[in-house]
Design a protein around this ligand. Structure first.
Ligand SMILES: CC(C)(COP(=O)(O)OP(=O)(O)OC[C@H]1O[C@@H](n2cnc3c(N)ncnc32)[C@H](O)[C@@H]1OP(=O)(O)O)[C@@H](O)C(=O)NCCC(=O)NCCS
Length: 223
């Protein structure tokens, strides 16, 4: 991965020397995050905080407490919020930022990241992702396995782009929206905040009202 060509936008501690990482959440998303963190080879130790007492460890990494314990590790650790729900992830990440905890982004070494791409703090970029030049990705996003985000996109904070989704050039995705697995957003379109785009949907017009959209072409789901 060519680290010279993209920027991680950090809230704090740009040049942090902390060598421990704590991942909040040890379920499915937490395990994928931990796998990326191990492959990044940046931290001497990695552990989880998960509120579920039944989870002792995942991927051989220990669950050392609950989310409320994070402050105990403030001086020695960096943090990553591995919670799939966009709203919950936002709530915890913003609280941590306000409390002065050091947040990191996780970028899988196999991700292909183009020229002048910006990636916000607390964002995960998973295996096989392609992000093309001049795209801006906000904080706390999940850029999931093998999705493709082309040039000049603007992905706002706390968005989830699911596995295999394809965003053409100059697409905008509003804050907190969830773009479903295998869906497509055609070029020069915007999807507003707080939308869910269903699995396999194809967005061919701007989406300007929050809601759930499914099908080809994508239409608002009425319940
Ligand atoms: C769109 C979605 C959010 C709707 O979920 P829901 O509100 O629970 O909807 P339901 O399962 O109750 O389905 C309601 C109706 O919509 C249809 N529907 C649901 N998802 C659909 C989709 N993606 N495309 C077309 N139709 C869909 C169902 O067949 C059902 O139709 P019916 O009433 O005629 O039987 C969900 O189906 C979906 O696609 N989620 C994306 C999952 C994903 O991307 N996962 C990746 C995780 S990393």
């Amino acid at each position: 991965m060519n680290v010279k060509n993209f920027n991680i936008i950090s809230e704090r501690n740009v040049a942090s020397v902390k060598d421990k990482l704590i991942i909040i959440g040890a379920s499915g998303h937490g395990k994928v995050a931990a796998d990326i963190a191990i492959k990044m080879n940046k931290w001497k130790s990695i552990a989880f905080l998960d509120d579920d007492n039944a989870i002792d460890e995942a991927l051989g990494l220990k669950n050392i407490g609950k989310t409320v314990d994070a402050m105990k590790y403030k001086d020695e650790s960096e943090f990553f919020i591995a919670i799939g729900n966009n709203t919950t992830r936002e709530k915890i990440q913003e609280k941590f930022i306000n409390e002065g905890l050091s947040m990191v982004s996780l970028i899988h070494p196999s991700a292909v990241i183009g020229f002048a791409v910006e990636i916000g703090i607390g964002t995960a970029v998973m295996a096989g992702v392609v992000i093309n030049s001049l795209t801006k990705i906000g904080k706390g996003c999940v850029i999931n396995t093998s999705c493709s985000i082309d040039h000049d996109n603007v992905i706002e904070d706390y968005v989830h782009i699911s596995p295999g989704a394809k965003l053409a050039g100059t697409v905008g995705i509003g804050k907190g929206s969830w773009i479903g697995i295998g869906s497509i957003v055609s070029n020069n379109l915007n999807v507003c905040s707080d939308c869910k785009i269903g699995a396999g949907a194809v967005v061919v017009k701007n989406i300007t009202e929050p809601g759930v959209y499914v099908g080809v072409p994508a239409r608002k789901m009425m319940k």
